[in-house]
Design a protein around this ligand. Sequence first.
Ligand code: HEC
Length: 126
Amino acid sequence: MILQLLLSKQNRFCTVCVVVVLFCLSALSCEKAPPADVTDPGQRLFLGFTKKDVNCSRCHAQDGKGSDDGPDITKVLKKYDEDKIAEIIEEGKGLGEDAMPPFIDKVTEEEVDLLIGFLKTIQEKS
Ligand code: HEC
């Protein structure tokens, strides 16, 4: 009886609609997939594709050149050694509303290394 109802022409159309709507909703709720050309795991982390709580590009922009929320970090490897940069990522930097938050609870040591590896690729030459 229910099956008959579902399979009647009109209802079949509704069933299709429901399936389509559910599919769209599930697609929307999924994390955005990284573009195929972004293969560096450090870059994927930096851009927020690997962990939803880790998105450096949100403040430093995708190319690291900075935004209103974070400074340009394309020269940091001249400014600090890698240990200091790891410390900044883990403990954050600055005070108050404009500070960088600590990521110690969000990234592993290995991921910090991956992030520093990516930072090396975006350093300005001069
Ligand atoms: C909510 C915004 C925000 C996010 C997200 C963020 N940062 Fe920052 N970052 C800042 C701000 C603001 C500063 C400058 C803090 C200061 O010096 O007072 C900063 C500073 C830095 C510095 C030092 C720059 C310098 O010249 O002193 C590095 C390196 C850095 N961030 C890397 C990262 C990395 C890697 C991530 C991702 C794990 C990240 N940041 C995520 C806001 C952010």
